[in-house]
Design a protein around this ligand. Structure first.
Ligand code: ZN
Length: 534
């Protein structure tokens, strides 16, 4: 059945797979900034608790596919010899200015050059992966396309390999893989694959023995895959490459294509992948990016996997970030949560009075009540929309988790400082997402929601201040919260002040004294995230 065929074809690049250091940043950049579509969300088949993300055009056509293994917090690597050192996307030639400006507006450093007569914009993704946009004559009449897609990336243009010497690599890709040598520009050698209408049918090889060997890590390419039309052709390639003395793997089933792998003599990992069956094999083209797809062997772990994978859509909150005082050792990060009608600026000076050195993350609540920002909806005074409380608590928790990672103190635990509605949100997060805060200062809080079960709040310290003349908060609701937190294992300190609902110097003083004692000290040896994951 598998008779070798005389003229197998490698028409162009199938996909390129790279490594990223954060799934959410990766997702945001490739979908929002570059405008690619997430065409498949699955997991690394060898490590199901990390994503494998596929980006491409609307249908996930080979030649448009860029895939990532995002490993959270992975150190950055550096491109060098034995690697794909850059990948280039094609854009319509008239959109070069548009893209240059668009990238600059996002704070991305761009460099411009001309290569083989075409304009090239060089830049890097958030994890340092070298990318290029190359202006080319559009494939079809741009006036036929929707206005907002006129400037869109149309797929790969080419990829660049970096090697020490050209001879052996050239022999493999020309004699072994049927590419045609083109022009040389300096130390750049260009080769064409067999279908010049296919996206990504060009391969450049740059020779630079002084570049040093590439170091794998965030922001580097793992491998490049080339297209073949079917399994029969793939087997023909396998035999042909083996005759050239290359060590080629067996055929691997990648669900959306079949793959063989080998290292070309310059050290770059090559794959030859089949066009079929494609991404619609397990879901409708219209749903391509909606669901997490798991191979059958991991289906039983779906619940655990979904819980551990980080969210891709980063919930965005308008917020202020104030870094810790530069000389402060081991400074806390305090999350300031304003009351109804406040905003992200309101509590900054109060936090500074409580702690002169802490870093501050101060988000603005997203719910508007008669134009006044809050953190969740209420039905009437003191009666909360509990579904809204839950939704917003998770949203804000996701935001805070990413924000603390981005600002550099992962695992240390955040301390909430909330007033009134902000204190209720902090309490809701403590009850629903115990891993987020290591401690909390709650000024004038009440019980934010009915709890079925209780979280484990051992190791969490909480300060609650009340106003004896507060007419807004029913004291019984504050007591209910205190009882619940204690029952969950938190260490709760309560200070009653001679005040109403407004804050006074007594609240500030109580908070300062509480913070000076070092909340969370009881369990400081156990990083909170690990404890929670156990
Ligand atoms: Zn691959």
């Amino acid at each position: 059945m598998h008779t070798p065929i005389d003229n197998p074809l490698i028409s162009g690049i199938h996909h390129i797979t790279a490594v990223a250091a954060s799934a959410a940043d990766n997702y945001r950049f490739y979908t929002r900034v570059l405008g690619l579509r997430l065409v498949k969300k699955t997991v690394n088949f060898d490590d199901p608790f990390t994503y494998h993300l596929y980006y491409g055009d609307e249908t996930g056509c080979p030649g448009t596919l860029l895939t990532f293994f995002p490993w959270e917090g992975l150190p950055q690597g550096s491109p060098g010899t034995g690697m794909v050192s850059a990948m280039a996307f094609a854009i319509p030639h008239f959109s070069v200015d548009y893209w240059t400006q668009r990238l600059a507006e996002q704070g991305i450093t761009v460099a411009a050059e001309s290569r083989y007569g075409e304009p090239v914009i060089r830049f890097a993704d958030p994890h340092g992966l070298p990318l290029e946009l190359i202006g080319t004559p559009p494939r079809d009449d741009p006036s036929q396309r929707a206005p907002d897609s006129r400037t869109a990336i149309t797929g790969f243009h080419s990829a660049t390999l970096l090697v020490d010497r050209i001879e052996d690599t050239q022999q493999t890709i020309v004699d072994g893989m049927g590419m045609t040598p083109g022009q040389r520009e300096g130390n750049r050698y260009r080769f064409a694959m067999q279908d010049e209408s296919a996206p990504g049918h060009l391969l450049d090889v740059v020779v630079d023995a002084s570049a040093g060997k590439g170091r794998p890590g965030g922001g580097t390419v793992h491998h490049i895959a080339f297209r073949t039309r079917n399994s029969r052709e793939q087997l023909a390639w396998r035999q042909r490459l083996q005759r050239h003395g290359l060590s080629v793997t067996d055929v691997r089933d990648r669900t959306y294509f079949q793959s063989i792998y080998f290292n070309e003599p310059g050290g770059v990992l090559f794959e030859i992948a089949t066009d079929p069956p494609g991404f619609s094999v397990d879901e409708d083209l219209n749903d391509l990016d909606t669901a997490l797809k798991l191979p059958a062997q991991y289906e039983p772990l779906r619940g655990q996997i979904e819980e551990q994978l980080p969210p891709l859509e980063t919930p965005d909150f308008r917020h202020v970030y104030v870094p810790a005082e530069p000389n402060a050792v081991d400074a806390e990060t305090i999350v300031a949560l304003h009351g109804t009608g406040g905003n992200e600026h309101d509590l900054i000076s109060l936090v500074r009075q409580v702690s002169p050195s802490a870093a501050i993350i101060s988000p603005r609540g997203k719910v508007l009540e008669n134009g006044m920002p809050r953190f969740f909806r209420r039905l009437t005074e003191g009666v909360f929309d509990e579904n809204d409380v839950r939704r917003n608590a998770h949203d804000l928790s996701d935001f805070l988790t990413l924000a603390s990672r981005r600002h550099g103190q992962p695992g240390k635990g955040l301390i909430a400082l909330g007033y009134s509605n902000g204190a209720n949100m902090a309490a809701a997060i403590m009850l629903l997402r115990a891993e987020v805060f290591s401690g909390a200062i709650l000024f004038r809080p009440m019980m934010p929601l009915q709890m079925g079960g209780l979280p484990d709040l051992t190791c969490r310290s909480i300060l609650i201040t009340t106003g004896r003349f507060d007419r807004v908060i029913p004291p019984a609701e504050t007591q209910r919260l205190i009882r619940t937190l204690k029952k969950a294992g938190a260490s709760v300190e309560v200070v009653d002040t001679d005040a109403g609902h407004e804050l006074t110097a007594a609240d500030v003083e109580a908070a300062r004294a509480w913070l000076a004692k070092g909340p969370g000290r009881a369990c400081s040896a156990t990083p909170l995230r690990e404890k929670n994951a156990a």
